[in-house]
Write a protein that binds this ligand. Structure first.
Ligand SMILES: Nc1ncnc2c1ncn2[C@@H]1O[C@H](COP(=O)(O)OP(=O)(O)OP(=O)(O)O)[C@@H](O)[C@H]1O
Length: 329
């Protein structure tokens, strides 16, 4: 079942927080809503969970039944005076299911989540990762078609975060549900989701696969948010850009501010003389995982790039060119 948001607007205290959001959420997929703090991610998630109603606009599903997502909160919100088992059983108890059915479903879900040996623990006796599994189990036992997660990994350390990302991915594949989660970490969004929607200042600026978003940001706002890029001022002369470091053909985006966009990953060295290549002196080499971050000087301008080549020497000059036609925002 797919879900649709149509022209959703949200106003609170005379502030327009969400602006005309239209979005399709595909069946059996993971959608990441990625954006900076204050962009409106939680406000949007609350509408999907029907915790809030939008001021204007519609949220509906392809089967025309009013959808309601089950939410997993950032702080897990486990009931502190209930054991793990009681926490997980809670939703079925509210639905007045029989004791035997509750037992069978709880045992099964605890096994799947690898928390069967924690059944009698209380939340304060659990680590962050264990609490997250319990909150996931508490939601999953209700067999939701739409699962919503608000910054689900933000309080976990890096190793645990990766472990939980993989775990959620497996759970999604097994139960074939739709997951929407919000995050302001792009690696988290890229690792877990099939589709990413970038939400900035209450607007969906772009939606696409992680690769599409990372390699083809459509606007200055998205490129700036994604980071890891240089922006060099210059002037456009038809399809040519003229700047202190590069003069040559470019792709021009509609909201052009005459800034040449150079993601850290879009430069390579060329040894042959290429008309559009530019020369730069390596000023610094800093090791970051699996590659080097180079600081380059081109006349008075400084840019940064990533490279996994070990050929560079500080103080030496090299020729660089773009892997893909450079973009001007
Ligand atoms: N009740 C309210 N009245 C007025 N403004 C509000 C209200 N609730 C939220 N906002 C504002 O709406 C904007 C979006 O808030 P929201 O919590 O949805 O953002 P977010 O993207 O989830 O941020 P974060 O990543 O920091 O949690 C913020 O600027 C916030 O101050």
């Amino acid at each position: 079942m797919s879900y649709y948001l149509e022209a959703i607007n949200q106003e609170k205290n005379h502030r327009r927080i969400l602006k005309n959001i239209s979005l399709e959420i595909n069946d059996n997929s993971i959608l990441a809503i990625l954006g900076p703090s204050g962009g409106g991610k939680t406000t949007l998630l609350n509408i999907l969970a029907r915790i809030d109603q939008p001021s204007y606009g519609k949220f509906y599903s392809s089967d025309n039944i009013v959808p309601k997502g089950i939410m997993i909160f950032q702080d897990y919100r486990l009931f502190p005076n209930m054991t793990v088992f009681q926490n997980i059983a809670f939703g079925l108890r509210v639905k007045k299911k029989s004791r035997s059915l509750i037992n069978i479903r709880c045992q099964k879900i605890m096994k799947t989540m690898d928390i069967a040996d924690l059944a009698e623990y209380y939340p304060h006796e659990l680590s962050g990762g264990q609490q997250q599994r319990v909150s996931l189990a508490r939601a999953m036992i209700l067999q939701p078609k739409l699962l919503l997660m608000d910054e689900p990994f933000s309080s976990l350390d890096e190793n645990l975060r990766l472990e939980m990302l993989n775990f959620v991915k497996k759970i999604q594949e097994k139960f074939k549900m739709t997951i929407v989660f919000v995050t302001h970490f792009k690696t988290e969004a890229y690792l877990l989701s099939n589709q990413v929607a970038i939400l900035i200042d209450g607007q969906i600026m772009q939606k696409g696969t992680p690769k599409e978003i990372e390699t083809h940001p459509e606007s200055f706002a998205v490129a700036k948010f994604l980071g890891q890029a240089n922006f060099i001022p210059g002037e456009l002369d038809e399809n040519c850009f003229i700047s202190s470091i590069y003069r040559g053909p470019v792709e021009i985006k509609s909201d052009s501010r005459q800034l040449l966009y150079i993601p850290f990953s879009n430069l390579i060295t060329v040894d042959k003389t290429d008309y559009f290549a530019f020369e730069a002196v390596v000023k610094e080499i800093n090791w970051i995982v699996n590659e080097n971050r180079l600081v380059l000087n081109i006349d008075q301008v400084q840019i940064q790039i990533n490279s996994n080549s070990s050929q560079f020497k500080i103080g030496k000059s090299y020729k660089f060119y773009f892997k893909q036609l450079p973009v001007v925002f």
